[in-house]
Design a protein around this ligand. Structure first.
Ligand code: 13P
Ligand code: SF4
Length: 319
């Protein structure tokens, strides 16, 4: 309605006045995705969000996503101000891998190279040799495996298992999961596939192995959108957060997109294919952050410097 239009207009004005750029993830409210694109920001996967913010000249980076994405921006850009609409937007993977537990785990295996998923705190990244995102996890681990390295992987067990199957690397695994992707169900997906025999199945690798086994394409959010554009199939079944459909429809307007089935735990599906933390990124919260400056990300310098090393290795490798 009218109130939303006023908010959007005010946000755009403030972005300009504050010399700020909006970097959004595909899982946030489509209104925020639109503002990002209309104001010279971007909507992308975790790796491209990190790159874009790093290369952009704006003094302030506003990150619409979850906390680790804002922290990554700050880790790479200490001289810039990083704001988030929702500082309390967490990620189950990050929460399930506290640094106080992760550091002694690594210390107990000094012969292993530590590779952590970007969905972790700055303190966990600071203990890592490499950070990876889903878009380059297989490539980077394959490279390390080739050099004869044994690996500690954290925190996502499904992504880690997938990387191990693809690369054959020796990986000691943390036991975390994404609350959203963990709920996709293979049996129900198989039934849905049977109803749409012509459909291709697109799966984010944070999903369980049995779901990944049914996939035609496995990849990061950007890679799944690319696959939707390029695959010849008219119908696509998609196992990832359903807010991705906004961009996927734009990329592949003539295709039929179907949500992969989620199980939920009994009657209470607490994620239902939409990340509860991504959902905290509302227009109102974004406006408030820009108006008041609340929601600024800070990372302790001692930790930031170490986390930057591991994150920069990923960016260098990804080039
Ligand atoms: P992408 O890097 O594929 O966008 O994944 C981030 C994420 O949190 C998926 O749940
Ligand atoms: Fe974390 Fe899952 Fe939410 Fe992505 S969708 S931010 S992995 S909880």
């Amino acid at each position: 309605g009218e109130a939303r239009e006023v908010a959007v207009h005010r946000i755009k004005t403030l972005l300009r006045e504050r010399n700020a750029v909006l970097v959004a993830h595909y899982y946030v409210d489509e209104a925020l995705q639109c503002i990002a694109e209309e104001t010279g920001g971007t909507v992308s996967d975790s790796l491209d969000m990190a790159r874009f913010g790093h290369e952009h000249p704006a003094e302030t980076i506003v990150v619409a996503g979850v906390r680790f994405m804002g922290e990554t921006a700050k880790i790479l850009n200490p001289e810039k101000r990083v704001l988030m609409p929702a500082l309390e937007a967490e990620c189950s993977l990050d929460l399930e891998c506290p640094a106080e537990q992760f550091i002694p785990f690594c210390d107990a295996h000094p012969d292993r190279t530590v590779v952590v998923y970007s969905n972790t705190s700055a303190a966990v990244k600071a203990r890592a040799d490499y950070v990876v995102t889903s878009s380059i996890a297989v490539k980077l681990v394959a490279h390390l495996h080739c050099q004869g390295k044994k690996i500690i992987w954290a925190p996502d067990k499904h992504l880690g298992d997938y990387v191990r199957r693809e690369t054959g690397a020796d990986m000691l695994m943390w036991n975390g999961a994404c609350v959203v992707h963990d709920e996709f169900r293979a049996q129900a997906l198989e039934q849905l596939k049977a109803q749409h025999p012509e459909a291709a199945v697109l799966v984010h690798p944070e999903s369980p192995a049995a779901v990944i086994a049914l996939a035609d394409t496995v990849g990061s959010t950007t890679q799944l959108i690319e696959a939707a554009r390029n695959l010849p199939n008219r119908t696509l079944i998609v196992a990832t957060d359903n807010r991705i459909f906004h961009k996927m429809h734009q990329a592949a307007p003539d295709k039929i997109l179907i949500e992969a089935p989620t199980g939920g735990h009994g009657a209470t599906c607490n994620s239902c294919a939409h990340c509860p933390w991504m959902a905290m990124n509302s227009l109102r919260a974004l406006l408030k952050a820009l108006e008041t400056g609340v929601g600024e990300i800070h990372v302790e310098e001692r930790i930031r410097v170490k986390a930057q090393l591991a994150t920069q290795r990923m960016l260098t490798f990804a080039q």
